[in-house]
Ligand binder design. Structure first.
Ligand SMILES: [Zn+2]
Length: 990
């Protein structure tokens, strides 16, 4: 599934150590890993010392401690389902369905119990018959266990092992509107001005059981034959292409559409869509699956992009994995109401409209990139997730981490000019590391103890950290071993289930064959320290400038200060150094930006004389040259240096010739690490602020993105201070020259990265009221307002619309707000609607914002349930809106929870968006009180709540500990007088 940033719940138990004996590790000669040369060959010489040590640092995953009743019994297995469902989608005023399912099962041992899943269904008396001969097995009792969501059948006779039976169940259900199970969606058809209904499924993770009784766990794979009864004016789609459509045997005006047997698959991947949608098909090419895009007829002009890239992405993966896509077709459907971003149902992928449809005349380049990324993510799942599926949800990261990483590789392949691998490297640092530095984070592999934890696993750690770790493996194994290992893993487990250890085995074999991993090291040994443990390390490099070596140590990185932890990671160490004069600028840039970097060393889990886990690394450059570790941010960790190396790096960034050698990602990384280290008291703020002072030389998007992201966090913490003006003035000084370089807002920029930079700088310049930024937004917006037929004619460049709308609304009148709201209601393009929803939150009028917050949780207003959160987060993210959004959450929690119905994890996003902005003790205490009082509504979001509380507490602590220091630096940078006096006043105020 492509998720829209779910923030979820963590488990208390995250990892444990087995066989960990530090002394033994330290003292045995040859114990630990031998350092690898860049070619991967061990560099220690004596063969006996190369023997694999028996007792290194080991991290074992915990056994699952789920409620034993929650998982299904392991004595009856489904092999095939015949599913038949008649669906009323407003037919006769009804929204419901009725059907029957025949499940062919086999028992592995004698048993008189058959347990399967069923939820919110009316189930008629079940029959069980022998598959051959149809002899009836008497059913003694059947019951619904509501808490476990199970239909439990007790038989009069025992089932014989290895004999086949058919479980026959008839059922009825309601076609709900809460976006899960088999549900309804609707849209307004413009030509006829009528409301049109459709039925659609969303089964991941545990909602197939809401559509028909089934063995609803990923390990119970089976084949499916499906037929759907539906109004004859509509078309039914399922995983396979329809084999036959004809009049329904018993319902007048209905058709029956039959779908042939699927390949073996998990229940969460079964899908059905019944609609009157328009379709556009890609050109048929012999031997390849047919691709078709479906959606509202009014959106027909927005389907070409997805239709063109999908076959290319399928071909890319077929080549990459060396496995053909196994189904004859791939339908992709844009659903008007959809909870996730998209869902990878095998052969029938469903999307929210903004993730599939792209209007070249309206949408921004960013929304095109979102479409590309989502389409490629879902297509990657056809192999990762669909062909090979995790055994249980605790290994969900194998599905989502892979799809996320493969989406980056696949999209970069389709659009090399977008420079997506740079983006991937920096995004991982910005989204994963801050979250994973909290005490309340969780490991990538997380034990699932109860069903409610499953939906909460679809979070940033699962998706983004999972992807970052795969990128790290790719980097240290090299292209060939990675690609071969992944392909062999998929082939070995095709149509089956697997765990991460299965992947580690195949990757290790290939790595040893290729020589990219030392013989004594396995991928499992390395990666268990990253996937089973929570968090990540900060690696500290202290150079010996006389010997050209460095002492390298590690410890867990927490976002709050003063923690100690015992964890240790196997860290691939790669570094680059200040170049020799002979190298060309291009060669240096290519080296710094290359995708894979064989580690020069492995940092192993041994303690040095000072009791620190560390070792000496040789081969560093001469004393006057900088060194940068973790090249291209290939590893998911941070790096700290001694003061002198920081000084050398800062000097290099300020030198137009040296900057290139550090690379785009390297420059972003240095800034990011410096700010994060300063925030946690490991580094003086003088260092990151010094780095910021050379930003006037920076012409690339990624370093600016990191720097302004860090300044945005500081901005949030200082925004209530008496001397906030100094901060604004300082940031304005930094922005002014670069804002002028970007040119007028009305001039569109075609290069995607350059356009992102322009957008970022312009948006900040308007925020800080630099130059004529605000005036330009007002002019452009006024021009748009004066245009006849504003739906068709908009003079604002597509990429700059979100910022122009926002600042025009912020400094405009309430009639501007109403006019833009009207554009929202009339827009036919989903991504444009989202842009407008976000901009409407920029108003500074309290009454407008309060009304808007209410509209956000009332579908009658025109805001769909799927878009509700955009309204809240837009209001919460502005200065004027934040206190209103906070009070709204505190007052209206019950209404918000009711609005979401079954998607109760969503409320966690409301809590975290508020908590992240808090910066006073009083606010923090209020939040603590609020979470206690509303615990009933927050049970399914307690991870987000924990993370929010921790972030709020860290913010308060930062302000107490760092505000002075930062003001002092800013004062010095501004060259102001009387700083002594100022600082004494500032000290009193914070
Ligand atoms: Zn996914």
């Amino acid at each position: 599934m492509e998720n829209l940033r779910e923030i979820e719940k963590s488990l208390n138990i995250s990892y444990h150590m087995m066989n960990f004996d530090i002394k033994k590790c330290c003292r045995s000669p040859g114990v630990g890993l031998t350092a690898a040369s860049p070619t991967g060959a061990p560099t220690t010489t004596a063969p006996e010392q190369n023997k694999c040590p028996a007792n290194l640092w080991t991290v074992d995953r915990l056994p699952e401690h789920f409620d034993p009743e929650y998982r299904l019994r392991r004595d009856v297995f489904p092999q095939h389902y015949d599913v038949s469902i008649d669906i009323n989608i407003g037919d006769g005023g009804k929204f419901d369905f009725a059907g029957h399912v025949d499940i062919l099962v086999e028992a592995t041992e004698p048993t008189n119990k058959i347990y399967l899943h069923s939820l919110d269904l009316e189930v008629e008396p079940v029959r069980v018959v022998e598959a051959e001969g149809e002899r009836e097995v008497p059913v003694q009792a059947q019951s619904l266990n509501v808490e476990m969501e199970q239909l439990r059948i007790e038989l009069g006779d025992k089932l014989a092992p290895h004999k086949k039976y058919v479980v026959k169940v008839a059922f009825k259900g309601k076609l709900g509107d809460d976006l899960h199970g088999l549900y309804r969606s609707s849209y307004l058809d413009e030509a006829t001005n009528t409301k049109r209904w459709l039925a659609v499924t969303q089964f991941e993770a545990t909602y197939a059981r809401r559509a028909f009784p089934c063995f609803d766990e990923p390990e119970f794979k089976a084949t499916f034959t499906i037929d759907i009864g539906h109004n004859s004016a509509l078309t039914a789609l399922s995983n396979m292409p329809a084999s036959k459509t004809g009049p329904h045997a018993s319902i007048k005006g209905f058709n029956h559409t039959y779908f042939p047997k699927t390949v073996p698959m998990s229940t969460y991947l079964v899908a059905v869509v019944v609609s009157d949608f328009y379709v556009t098909k890609s050109e048929h090419s012999e031997g390849h699956a047919d691709v078709a895009i479906w959606g509202r007829r009014d959106a027909a002009g927005q389907m070409a992009y997805a239709r063109d890239i999908a076959p290319k992405a399928l071909a890319f993966f077929e080549e990459y994995f060396d496995i053909k896509y196994p189904l004859p077709k791939q339908d992709m459907v844009a659903i008007p109401d959809f909870s996730a971003g998209a869902m990878e149902n095998w052969g029938l992928i469903t999307y929210r409209e903004a993730q599939l449809l792209y209007d070249p005349a309206v949408s921004s380049q960013s929304s095109k990139a979102h479409v590309a990324n989502t389409v490629v993510h879902e297509l990657a799942h056809q192999w990762f997730g669909n062909l090979v599926t995790m055994k249980w949800w605790s290994d969900l990261w194998l599905n989502e981490g892979f799809a996320t990483y493969m989406a980056a590789l696949g999209t970069a392949h389709l659009h090399p000019d977008w420079r997506l691998m740079e983006d991937t490297a920096v995004s991982q640092a910005l989204s994963v590391l801050p979250l994973d530095a909290l005490e309340s984070t969780h490991p990538v592999v997380r034990p699932i103890e109860h069903g409610r934890q499953i939906s909460q696993s679809f979070d940033t750690i699962t998706y983004r950290k999972g992807s970052a770790l795969l990128r790290m493996i790719h980097s240290f194994l090299g292209e060939k071993a990675f690609k071969q290992g992944v392909s062999r893993y998929l082939k070995q487990h095709a149509y089956g289930n697997a765990e991460q250890d299965d992947l580690w085995e195949r990757l290790t074999e290939e790595a040893h064959r290729e020589g990219s991993l030392p013989a004594c090291l396995t991928v499992k040994r390395v990666m268990d320290t990253w996937t089973v443990q929570s968090g990540f390390p900060v690696v500290t490099v202290r150079r010996d400038y006389d010997k050209n070596t460095a002492n390298v140590t590690q410890e867990r990185f927490f976002s709050s200060k003063k923690h100690s932890a015992e964890e240790c990671w196997y860290v691939p160490l790669s570094f680059i150094a200040a170049p020799d004069a002979a190298k060309t600028a291009k060669a240096l840039k290519d080296a710094a930006d290359s995708a894979t970097h064989a580690p020069q060393e492995w940092l192993r889990c041994q303690r040095d004389e000072a009791g620190q886990i560390g070792q000496t690394v040789a081969g560093l450059p001469a004393k006057d040259k900088w060194v940068l570790f973790n090249v291209n941010m290939g590893g998911a960790y941070r790096v700290q240096y001694d003061e002198e190396n920081w000084r050398l790096l800062a000097a290099a960034l300020a030198d137009p010739k040296q900057r290139n050698a550090i690379g785009v990602v390297g420059r972003a990384q240095v800034l990011d690490d410096a700010f994060e280290l300063a925030q946690t008291d490991r580094l003086k703020y003088a260092v990151p602020l010094e780095l910021v002072s050379s930003l006037h030389l920076e012409e690339e998007y990624q370093p600016w993105r990191v720097a302004l992201g860090a300044l945005s966090r500081i901005d949030n913490l200082l925004r209530n201070d008496l001397y906030y003006d100094f901060f604004r003035e300082w940031v304005s000084q930094i922005l002014r020259p670069v804002f002028e370089k970007q040119g007028r807002i009305r001039d569109a920029v075609t290069d995607f990265t350059a356009s992102k930079l322009k957008n970022l700088i312009t948006s900040w310049s308007c925020k800080m009221e630099v130059g004529d930024c605000l005036e330009q937004t007002r002019e452009l917006f006024a021009q748009w307002r004066a245009t006849p037929d504003p739906e068709k004619n908009n003079p604002i460049p597509q990429d700059q619309r979100s910022l122009v709308y926002c600042y025009a609304i912020r400094h405009g009148k309430s009639e501007d707000w109403i006019w833009l709201w009207d554009r929202y209601l009339k827009s036919n393009v989903a991504s444009a609607r989202v842009t407008i929803l976000s901009a409407l939150g920029c108003s500074r009028d309290h009454w407008v914002l309060r009304r808007y917050l209410e509209w956000g949780i009332n579908e009658a207003s025109g805001v769909r349930l799927q878009d509700s959160f955009y309204v809240f987060s837009a209001v919460a993210s502005t200065e004027a809106g934040y206190p209103l959004a906070r009070d709204f959450l505190y007052r209206r929690t019950k209404a918000i929870a009711k609005h979401y119905g079954t998607s109760t994890t969503r409320i966690g996003r409301y809590v975290s968006s508020i908590a992240n902005r808090m910066n006073t003790e009083e606010e923090y205490q209020q939040l603590v009180e609020y979470t206690k009082k509303n615990s009933d509504y927050l049970t399914h979001a307690d991870q987000a709540v924990k993370q929010g509380l921790e972030n709020a507490r860290n913010n308060v602590q930062w302000r107490l500990g760092h505000a002075d220091e930062v003001y002092k630096m800013i004062q010095a940078a501004l060259g102001g007088e009387g700083s002594e006096t100022l600082l004494s006043v500032v000290t009193d105020s914070v």
